[in-house]
Design a protein around this ligand. Structure first.
Ligand SMILES: [Zn+2]
Ligand SMILES: [Zn+2]
Length: 360
């Protein structure tokens, strides 16, 4: 990334944190957490410790990093190497990424970009760039409104599992838009705090519908044919719905359809990692300039409006390549090796991904 582009991004992020540091949500037991950040144009710095919210905000303003992370775990000595930290417990967190939710739109915005010569094109990334013949052509992960609606649907299913099957109250579930392509769901419940990787894997498998079978509905009390809750109830509901239709499906097909309609495709590797650092709520995403934002009214929440928090000052940029995109109900692009003037939030959306440069 060019120096001028890096300094534009840093200036924009710093200004945001200067004006809006009240948006940053600090964890409980802050001094026992591990923090990390990624500077623009640099790589991850981890194992940092902050004693207070004020100290952390001061560092945010000093560094204006592209991404800021905090551990879900608490440690006796968070600044030490991982095996010496002294793990004490960790919040249960789920990640739903639009990339792993099937949606029909993906083929239309599947495209690649070459960091070497700033050219791009539709479809799957070629092994060598057809323009500069280098090896820097990579697939770009893009999430449109439809992809994000798919992720939201799986977040809705996850909340249903947490409330109906795990007995959580809505107040114990904090839903965040990740700032780019999905949702993070944080659970406040001491029952899970000490759970190890194995226990978290079982929770993740259950929610993803791994190992579910049609006999689950029969596991009620004796003589009871309908399951009251859990996968059994979901299976019952599905079977009741299709009971009017002619039975042409095999039981395997029925099971597949039940899972397809009910499971939440959370990322298991995130849920089971008890030493992970997560993007801090209320901070800007390093690839998009959108905020990791707390979702209050879940049904009406539109990430491409509400998480777009940067200003709308005009910036002249050169865009290597970008499909059409919509932010705050404004349509931008498509761009192909073109100079254009964009509002700050849209310029950052492209430049933070490395798809262009500041042109003035
Ligand atoms: Zn190239
Ligand atoms: Zn899409």
């Amino acid at each position: 990334m060019e120096e001028k582009t890096i300094s534009f991004l840093k200036r924009t992020y710093r200004e945001y944190y200067f004006k809006h540091n009240e948006s940053v949500e600090f964890p409980t037991q802050i001094a026992q957490r591990e923090f990390g950040y990624i500077p623009f144009g640099g790589s991850m710095i981890r194992h940092l410790v902050f004693e207070s919210p004020g100290q952390l905000v001061a560092e945010l303003l000093r560094q204006a990093p592209s991404s800021v992370y905090c551990s879900n775990a608490t440690y006796s000595n968070p600044s030490l190497p991982m095996d010496e930290k002294g793990w004490k417990g960790a919040e249960l967190i789920f990640d739903i990424d639009a990339d792993s939710i099937p949606s029909s739109c993906k083929a239309s915005h599947n495209w690649w970009y070459c960091q070497e010569c700033s050219r791009g094109g539709k479809g799957v990334s070629p092994a060598t760039c057809p323009s500069c013949h280098g090896n820097e052509a990579t697939q770009v992960h893009w999430a449109c409104g439809e992809c994000l609606a798919g992720a939201k649907q799986h977040a809705r299913r996850l909340i249903d599992f947490l409330v109906q099957d795990f007995g959580l109250s809505e107040a114990q579930i904090r839903v965040y838009f990740s700032g780019n392509r999905g949702y993070h769901i944080h659970v406040d419940d001491d029952r899970f705090e000490k759970s190890d990787t194995q226990a978290r894997a079982e929770i993740a498998n259950y929610i993803r519908g791994s190992g579910i079978n049609l006999n689950l509905r029969l596991r009620g009390r004796e003589g009871e044919t309908h399951a009251a809750f859990g996968w059994g109830a979901r299976i019952d509901g599905f079977l009741a719905n299709i009971s009017q239709q002619p039975r042409r499906r095999t039981s395997q097909k029925i099971l597949d359809d039940i899972i397809l309609e009910n499971a939440s495709l959370i990322d298991s590797s995130v849920t089971t990692d008890i030493h992970r650092v997560f993007r801090m709520p209320g901070t800007l995403h390093g690839d998009s300039g959108m905020l990791k934002i707390r979702v209050d009214g879940f049904e009406s929440f539109d990430p491409l409006v509400e998480a777009v928090v940067l200003g709308d000052g005009r910036v002249k940029v050169h865009v290597g390549y970008s499909p059409e995109f919509v932010l705050r109900d404004h349509r931008f692009g498509p761009f192909n090796s073109s100079d254009t003037v964009l509002p700050t939030y849209a310029a950052v959306y492209l430049l933070a991904r490395g798809l262009g440069r500041v042109a003035e």
